[in-house]
Design a protein around this ligand. Structure first.
Ligand code: C2E
Ligand code: CA
Ligand code: CA
Ligand code: CA
Length: 278
């Protein structure tokens, strides 16, 4: 074991040196950043385009590093998933989100749903259901206000371990959404057996919905499917009014995207809510 400098150690192996060093450094950085409170939860509105009701918000993690600046979750989430730090980040998001929702409920600012992303790695090792139950109780937030977003990869495993956890979450009263739907592996036959309340159509299908007949028919098929399975559906990444109009024609009224609002800090979301309802 060699000392590299600071608190960084490296088990010397010429082939792997780079890798290990990289991992340990980032792990340290993420650790320190949690302690330094560099992480924040931002909120993006979810809208019923028919009624103009803001029925939900999605919680999105933000990392503002003092030297490196804003670091994208697309970059640090996969690293945190590999080194296990996703557990701490996930707890931070869950706690922050639930306490924020409680504050909004008390002050009658926002009383809708809060959607929280959960990584498959949080299913593997932690007592996710216990954590959820405890956090909801501490924050005094009813479970039915919470929606847990998982990606289809959660169903990749042959055994039903992950599915049984989803069922427990649902038994608490929380809802389950499948994120990025259509980009993963889950077969439609499997879908009907899964404990799911909401399908989130991936942005990649919404992007070209106004120019590509194929994307349009995929989205249409998903709308029909959700209706016959009695599952809610929401379109992600709605940026233009034409997309919103087309989605409404297909019967998909729940929208999330820059057309309505970007992810924003809690205070900015409060201001956004006031302006949106004017
Ligand atoms: P996601 O869960 O699919 O989140 C949606 C992403 O699309 C967000 O990116 C959001 O800012 C972005 N987005 C929403 N509407 C639009 C739009 O109209 N146009 C465009 N161009 N983008 C839009 P973000 O916040 O960078 O997050 C990226 C991914 O990082 C998320 O994808 C999610 O997989 C992951 N992530 C973020 N926060 C968390 C978290 O707290 N826990 C976990 N496990 N993953 C998270
Ligand atoms: Ca999501
Ligand atoms: Ca998504
Ligand atoms: Ca995504």
């Amino acid at each position: 074991v060699k000392r590299i400098g600071g608190n960084n150690f490296c088990i010397f192996d010429p082939k792997q040196k780079q890798n290990i060093l990289h991992k340990i450094e980032l792990e340290n950085i993420i650790h320190q950043s949690i302690d330094n409170k560099e992480f924040e939860v931002w909120y993006q509105p979810q809208i019923n385009a028919k009624t103009r009701e803001v029925y939900g918000v999605e919680c999105l993690l933000r990392w503002q590093h003092p030297q490196h600046g804003f670091v994208s979750p697309e970059l640090f989430i996969p690293i945190a998933e590999r080194n296990g730090l996703i557990k701490e980040l996930g707890e931070f998001v869950l706690t922050t989100a639930c306490h924020q929702l409680r504050q909004w409920q008390i002050n009658d600012i926002f009383t809708g749903m809060m959607a929280i992303n959960v990584s498959p790695r949080q299913f593997d090792r932690d007592n996710l259901v216990g954590l959820l139950r405890k956090t909801l109780a501490e924050a005094a937030v009813p479970a039915h206000c919470i929606e847990i977003e998982v990606t289809e990869s959660i169903f990749a495993k042959e055994d039903n371990f992950h599915i049984s956890i989803l069922e427990e979450i649902r038994n608490l009263g929380a809802k389950i959404a499948i994120d990025d739907f259509g980009t993963g592996y889950s077969s439609l036959a499997r879908l009907k057996q899964l404990p799911i309340d909401n399908l989130k159509i991936d942005k990649s299908f919404i992007d070209h919905i106004t120019s590509s007949d194929k994307d349009l028919s995929i989205v249409n098929a998903l709308c029909l499917l959700s209706r016959s399975f009695n599952i809610d559906i929401i379109a992600e990444g709605v940026e233009h009014q034409q997309q919103a109009n087309l989605l409404q024609q297909l019967g998909c009224h729940n929208h999330q995207g820059y057309l309505y609002g970007k992810p924003m800090p809690a205070k900015a979301f409060e201001q956004w809510l006031i302006n949106f309802s004017l």
